[in-house]
Write a protein that binds this ligand. Structure first.
Ligand code: ADP
Ligand code: MG
Length: 345
C-alpha cells in the first residue's frame, strides 16, 4: 500500500467544512498542501506539539488503539492546561512498515478521542522510519484568558483534578518492582494507556484559576514550573513556594481506594503507603491539571468541577517562601526527598 492509499484509508475522514467564516472550523482538511482553519473571529490561537517515541514513551506491545488515544490525549491535555478549546490537529507519523491491523487500531483510538472532543485531524505527514508519533494540536482561547504557569499568587489554593499516581503504579508493575491484584493493575494500566484530558475543566477554569499546568512528569516536578514562573509580589523575582497536605494528596491515589475495598494484598506491604505517596507526588503520566486559584474562589472551583463532572481536590496553599513544603494532616513538616521523572536523567 502506498503513502496516499494509507492516508486515505486510515486517516482521511469526511469533514464538514464550516466555510462561513463566522464560526471556528476546518475550511480545508486533509488533501491539500496546507489545512485551512477558521478560528472564531477575535480569538487567540493556542498551539502545542507532543512526540511519542517507541521505547521511550511506550512499549511496542501496547494496544495500538490505546496508543492512538494517548498520542492525542497528551496534546489535548496541553490545550486543557491553557483553558483552550480544541480546533483540530495534525499527525506526523513515522512507521517501520505498513501493518494494517496496527493502523486500523491506532486510527480507531485516535478518532474516538478526536470525535469526543470535536477536534478533527486536518493534515500531517507519513514516512517510513522508527515508530514515532508527533501530533500538533490547535485550539482557541478568548484574548488574555489563557491559563498560564506564571499567575500563582501568595495565598492561592493549590488544586488537582482527578486522581494521581495510578499510571506510575502500572509502570512499576510492568517493571516488576511491585505486585498488586489483577483488578488494581488493570485499572492503573487504563490510566497509563488511556488518560482523560481535562479539556472541559480547563475551559471552565478561565477567569477562576490564576495558574495551571498539566501533570505529565510528576506533580512536584510540574508544580515547580508554576512556582518558578510565578512571583510573590510586584517587582519581586525568584518565584513562590507551596505547602502541600500529604494526607489530602495521598487520597488522590485511586488504586488506594480500590485497595481499601477488599484487596489486602495492597495493604500488607506489597505496595506501601510511602510508595503510594511517591506515585502521587512524583509518578508522572497522569495528565491531570494542577492549578491555583484565589481562596475567595474556592466554591467557584468546586462549581467548575461539578459542571464538568471532574473531581477537583484542594491539597495546599501558595506561600511567599520558595520551595515545596510537605506537611502531614497535623501540619507537621515532612522530609522532602521527591524528584520528578526526567527524560534526560
Ligand atoms: P506534501 O507533500 O504537500 O507535504 P503529503 O503528500 O505529505 O503532502 O500529504 C498529502 C496530504 O495528506 C496532505 O494534506 C497532508 O496534510 C495529509 N497527510 C499526510 N500524512 C497524514 C497523516 N498521517 N495524517 C493526516 N493527514 C496526513
Ligand atoms: Mg509530505
Amino acid at each position: 500500500m502506498g503513502e496516499f492509499d494509507l492516508i486515505r484509508r486510515y486517516f482521511a475522514r469526511p469533514s464538514q467544512p464550516e466555510a462561513s467564516g463566522v464560526s471556528a472550523g476546518t475550511v480545508v482538511g486533509i488533501g491539500d498542501d496546507c489545512a485551512i482553519l477558521q478560528p472564531t473571529p477575535g480569538m487567540q490561537l493556542a498551539i502545542s506539539s507532543d512526540m511519542l517515541v517507541e521505547g521511550r514513551h511506550f512499549l511496542s506491545t501496547v494496544n495500538p488503539a490505546h496508543l492512538g488515544h494517548k498520542a492525542l490525549a497528551v496534546n489535548l491535555s496541553d490545550l486543557a492546561a491553557c483553558g483552550a478549546r480544541p480546533l483540530g490537529f495534525t499527525l506526523a507519523l513515522s512507521l517501520p512498515s505498513v501493518n494494517e491491523a496496527w493502523l486500523a487500531g491506532f486510527s480507531h483510538g485516535l478518532f474516538a478521542l478526536a470525535g469526543a472532543h470535536a477536534c478533527p485531524l486536518v493534515g500531517g505527514d507519513t514516512t517510513r522510519g522508527p515508530l514515532n508519533i508527533c501530533i500538533t494540536v490547535f485550539g482557541e482561547v478568548p484574548p488574555g484568558q489563557a491559563l498560564l504557569r506564571s499567575g500563582a499568587k501568595v495565598g492561592d489554593e493549590l488544586w488537582v483534578s482527578g486522581t494521581l499516581g495510578d499510571a506510575r503504579l502500572a509502570l512499576e508493575v510492568f517493571r516488576g518492582n511491585v505486585s498488586v491484584p489483577a483488578e488494581v493493575f488493570d485499572a492503573a494500566r487504563m490510566r497509563m494507556e488511556q488518560p482523560a484530558p481535562r479539556v472541559a475543566l480547563g475551559q471552565a477554569l478561565r477567569g477562576i484559576a490564576s495558574a495551571a499546568i498539566d501533570v505529565s512528569d510528576g506533580l512536584l516536578g510540574d508544580l515547580g514550573h508554576v512556582l518558578r514562573a510565578s512571583h510573590a509580589g510586584q517587582g519581586t523575582t525568584g518565584g513562590v513556594g507551596v505547602r502541600i497536605n500529604t494526607a489530602k494528596a495521598a487520597n488522590l491515589f485511586a488504586s488506594n481506594l480500590i485497595a481499601a475495598n477488599g484487596h489486602p494484598a495492597c495493604a500488607d506491604g506489597h505496595f506501601s503507603s510511602k510508595m503510594q505517596l511517591d506515585c502521587v507526588l512524583a509518578g508522572g503520566d497522569d495528565y491531570e491539571l494542577a492549578f491555583t486559584a484565589p481562596a475567595a474562589l474556592h466554591s467557584a472551583v468546586l462549581a467548575a468541577g461539578l459542571s464538568t463532572s471532574t473531581l477537583v481536590t484542594c491539597i495546599g496553599q501558595i506561600e511567599a517562601e520558595p520551595g515545596v513544603r510537605l506537611v502531614d494532616s497535623e501540619g507537621q513538616l515532612l522530609h522532602n526527598s521527591y524528584s520528578s521523572f526526567d527524560h534526560f536523567a
